[in-house]
Design a protein around this ligand. Structure first.
Ligand code: HEC
Ligand code: HEC
Ligand code: HEC
Ligand code: HEC
Ligand code: HEC
Ligand code: HEC
Ligand code: HEC
Length: 449
């Protein structure tokens, strides 16, 4: 008989995500896709973080029983108000913010938020001749059902959605107060259910979702007990999404104060990262955007303004960029770029933390040109770029989408091995990307106006 194996997070179960990427070249009216038909991997797939921290390092993982940080946790938690509570007084920021993937980094699972098909014929993933999983919608309640040799053995419900679905979604199920990851993820690029990369071609149930996933994908959650690799959460206390309060700290006191003192000019009880030092500003983003790191403190201890190295031990990479993967480590790659080391650049030099700027290459290029100008004599030295239209896309030549070395993904049906890929934050000259773009422009007689 076949048995279903139970996998514990001994290694890094990475998730690859796909991206349908018109490469933002829209602005240039170039059919970028034709250029990449032979090398679609480069345009295509985007990978995600591969950050599943080894569960043995955190202080919160050493004992069985109630977490040390419990009391502090309760106090801290009660000071959160949720992003929705900011809407009435900060409507413009709120309206922009709800378009971001941060807002949807985790959500309670409902049918309308899951793009995958539940129709027979399109709702399954076959692992091997005997093992299949089907996604079932039973009056709005969604399940992944395990079939061994055609017999339904078990089902688990979709309870929490991980990922805005820009490239992929993964799902978690409550088992008591613990969270497990469902075996199938949805990949937006191919519009299919698939086994998550990092797992073998067989059904692996009970993949543990640790507080580390929640630290990066939620605003706050509370661990109420730890038992080996298993953590029990306060189910009703999870604040889903990377909300306003992840970057500004808990907002209850600020709201109470502003409500009671509507005409005062001083703002209190809320963190404004505008006042941060460069390092504080970087650390706020790096806590989730620098790949896997070992925890030095209990989950959810880090707060905006804190020093990252007091809470996590970054994975030291000895020999530079070639060892950093493009997925999940924007901070690591950026910090190896000359733009970064020779200026006071932060993530916010290019990104508006409240807005979704996906594919807005012209907007990003303007950010480059705040520092790189012809007048300043540090502009692009490529003669074609002096021609105006290419100024609208510095990105595809200097921050190209690159295949991930760490994440390779097997597509159902074709069994194709597809490396995931994503936009690199190592800003430099990429001669091959330039050659491709120039060749394409010339070959297609593109006329810029
Ligand atoms: C260290 C922080 C961190 C951890 C831990 C982490 N993630 Fe992520 N996750 C991110 C970031 C950042 C992105 C998007 C940017 C990227 O890929 O670099 C992302 C993207 C994703 C996506 C794709 C989202 C989309 O819109 O396409 C999924 C799905 C996902 N994560 C699931 C998980 C699951 C499940 C876990 C735990 C097993 C987890 N993540 C752990 C930070 C993290
Ligand atoms: C009752 C109205 C009200 C609510 C609700 C409210 N704020 Fe504010 N907030 C204000 C006022 C008034 C200011 C000061 C004027 C301004 O900057 O707009 C302010 C300022 C701020 C600042 C800048 C602080 C500084 O030092 O300059 C931040 C950050 C902020 N709010 C975040 C939030 C967040 C996050 C929430 C939700 C958790 C929130 N606010 C909810 C009224 C409110
Ligand atoms: C609590 C962890 C966390 C923090 C803090 C955080 N991010 Fe993210 N960020 C994520 C996750 C998770 C995603 C992926 C969301 C998804 O697609 O589901 C993401 C996605 C993004 C994206 C991709 C947007 C897109 O369109 O796909 C950008 C850009 C980004 N973050 C920038 C920042 C910047 C800048 C900061 C600091 C001001 C920051 N993040 C702080 C977790 C975080
Ligand atoms: C990913 C992190 C992140 C999230 C999420 C986030 N903010 Fe901010 N916020 C920042 C940063 C960084 C700054 C400082 C930007 C700067 O330097 O100009 C800021 C600035 C602000 C300011 C002050 C603006 C000023 O000019 O002083 C307000 C008010 C604010 N945010 C409110 C909100 C509200 C309300 C939400 C949710 C709807 C939210 N933020 C979500 C990171 C974030
Ligand atoms: C905050 C200012 C700033 C911003 C914004 C900025 N850069 Fe730079 N960049 C610099 C500095 C400073 C250098 C180093 C110049 C030197 O070595 O003299 C540099 C170097 C470079 C180099 C040469 C890298 C190498 O390894 O030789 C390239 C290419 C470049 N930038 C492209 C870009 C692009 C494309 C963008 C936008 C995506 C951008 N920069 C945004 C400041 C910036
Ligand atoms: C020099 C400009 C620049 C800086 C600085 C910068 N980014 Fe980006 N970032 C970009 C551009 C351009 C994109 C591509 C947007 C797109 O593809 O739609 C991007 C995309 C992203 C994405 C989405 C990746 C993907 O492929 O889906 C994340 C996440 C992100 N940035 C996070 C960060 C973080 C965190 C920092 C600071 C450590 C940072 N960025 C600093 C320019 C920058
Ligand atoms: C078609 C691809 C392409 C585009 C678009 C492009 N660049 Fe370049 N860039 C290059 C190449 C190739 C070089 C190296 C040229 C050389 O060797 O003279 C270069 C050189 C540079 C340098 C000097 C690097 C050094 O070694 O000092 C900077 C700075 C730069 N680019 C910035 C930009 C900015 C800013 C934009 C957008 C306004 C941009 N580039 C658009 C391909 C491009």
């Amino acid at each position: 008989m076949f048995s279903i194996s139970v996998d514990l997070p001994s290694s890094r179960p990475d998730i690859a995500i796909y991206k349908k990427s018109p490469e933002g070249i829209k602005e240039l009216n170039i059919k970028w896709f034709r250029l990449h038909t032979s090398a679609w991997v480069i345009t295509g797939l985007i990978s995600t973080v591969a950050v599943w921290i080894s569960c043995t390092n955190g202080a919160d993982h050493t004992a069985t029983g109630v977490n040390d940080a419990d009391t502090a946790g309760v106090l801290f938690q009660s000071r959160y108000a949720s992003s929705a509570a900011c809407q009435s007084c900060h409507p413009d920021i709120y309206q922009k913010y709800i378009q971001t993937t941060h807002f949807r980094a985790t959500q309670i699972a409902t049918r309308d938020k899951v793009p995958g098909s539940f129709k027979p014929g399109n709702n399954f993933y076959r692992f091997n001749v005997s093992e299949t999983i089907k996604c079932i919608d039973s009056n709005g309640r969604m399940y992944q059902q395990v079939y061994i040799n055609g017999v339904n053995k078990k089902q688990q419900s979709f309870d929490i959605i991980f990922g805005a679905g820009k490239n992929a979604q993964s799902y978690a199920s409550w088992v008591g107060n613990r969270l497990v990851q469902l075996p199938l993820s949805y990949f937006s690029y191919i519009k299919k259910w698939n086994n998550s990369p990092g797992y073998p071609d067989k059904i692996v149930l009970n993949r543990v979702i640790t507080s580390r996933c929640l630290e990066c994908h939620t605003t706050n959650a509370k661990v109420i007990a730890v038992n080996g690799v298993f953590e029990d959460f306060d189910k009703s206390g999870v604040l889903y999404g990377v909300g306003c309060e992840k970057c500004h700290g808990p907002g209850m006191e600020h709201i109470n104060f502003e409500t009671q003192h509507p005409h005062t000019q001083d703002t209190v009880h809320i963190i404004n990262p505008k006042k941060f030092s460069r390092q504080q500003e970087l650390d706020l983003c790096a806590v989730c955007h620098s790949g896997s790191m070992n925890k030095l403190q209990p989950a959810f201890s880090f707060k905006p303004g804190d020093k990252l190295s007091d809470y996590y031990l970054p994975n030291i990479v000895s020999a530079g960029a070639e060892n950093l993967d493009v997925h999940g480590n924007q901070f690591g790659l950026l910090s190896l770029s000359k733009c970064f080391s020779k200026s006071d650049m932060t993530c916010n030099s290019c990104h508006d933390p409240h807005a979704n700027e996906e594919n807005q290459f012209q907007v990003f290029s303007q950010k480059c040109m705040r520092c790189h100008t012809e007048a300043g004599n540090n502009f692009c030295t490529l003669k074609e770029v002096k021609a105006n239209p290419l100024k609208a896309n510095c990105i595809n030549c200097h921050m190209p989408v690159q295949p991930s070395k760490a994440i390779v993904f097997t597509e159902q049906g074709t069994r194709k091995r597809i490396p995931a890929a994503m936009r690199t934050h190592l800003i430099k000259v990429y001669p091959q990307e330039t050659a491709k773009l120039i060749k394409y422009i010339k070959g297609n007689n593109i006329n810029f106006r």
